[in-house]
Design a protein around this ligand. Structure first.
Ligand SMILES: [Zn+2]
Length: 259
């Protein structure tokens, strides 16, 4: 029942502001951007540095991109985030506007295993010590997410990062997310005919009239506050007056749950 999903990077363009003229210069690749960001506090960025890929550029030229350009949502990075290790990917996935969080950071291992926290990363290295032997360790990773330039993007106000930026937009971000069902009865009703009637966000409008696939997930599989128990589809609804209870067993036993 669990689909295998891919995370797509929400970021489409990378830019850095010149320390001298305050104009934004577009950085030609993610690799170059990460290289600049890694030592941003020590080596400030100026238009002169952009001559590496644009030989003629100077502070006299107009900006490559303006903060006011509303074709983009600006995600401001913290400075000095380590460059992504070779073979790994660091992806930013933006959340929908109005939530508490702006974006999530994911690391994808060379094996395609995806991690979104230091806890997950530690577990991964425990299981795959070959990386540690190869000289990779957790200090080379940062789950520090960018913050929105537009503070209204998120529900709660957050401080603005002064440093490098990337710009992003939010189109078609796939979520490995779930909608919370308001009652056990409703859940059993959906489960009973799950194979015949697939579940979509539209069906959740029965109890959440405005909800759509554009909204952030109520809960995500990666949320390690929970242990996920995946039901089989098409289990008959419990007869009136009866109860069907699930009791989980302790971890590492032979059985996961009893019905
Ligand atoms: Zn400049």
């Amino acid at each position: 029942m669990v689909p295998v999903n891919t995370v797509w990077d929400s970021v489409q363009l990378y830019s850095v502001r010149c320390e001298e003229c305050s104009k934004w210069r577009i950085i030609p690749s993610k690799e170059k951007y990460e290289e600049i960001r890694e030592n941003f506090n020590e080596n400030s960025f100026t238009c002169a540095k952009a001559r590496e890929w644009r030989p003629q550029v100077s502070c006299q030229d107009k900006a490559d991109i303006e903060e006011q350009d509303d074709r983009y949502i600006w995600a401001m990075d913290k400075p000095n985030i380590p460059k992504t290790c070779p073979g790994w990917q660091r992806l930013i996935r933006m959340r929908a506007p109005g939530g508490k969080k702006f974006a999530d950071v994911y690391y994808i291992a060379p094996s395609k295993k995806r991690m979104r926290s230091m806890v997950e990363l530690d577990k991964f290295f425990e299981k795959n010590p070959v990386f540690l032997h190869g000289g990779i360790n957790t200090s080379m990773f940062s789950f520090q997410a960018p913050v929105p330039l537009d503070e209204n993007y998120i529900a709660k106000r957050r401080s603005r990062a002064p440093a490098a930026s990337g710009s992003s937009n939010t189109s078609n971000i796939p979520l490995e997310g779930y909608l919370i069902i308001p009652s056990k009865e409703k859940y059993e009703e959906i489960r009973e005919k799950f194979n015949e009637n697939s579940f979509t966000c539209a069906k959740a409008r029965e109890w959440r009239p405005q909800v759509s696939c554009q909204d952030p997930a109520d809960i995500e599989e990666q949320d390690d506050m929970y242990i996920w128990a995946m039901d089989k589809p098409n289990i008959p609804r419990t007869c009136p007056g009866w109860q069907r209870l699930i009791r989980m067993r302790a971890p590492r036993g032979k059985r996961f749950v009893d019905v």
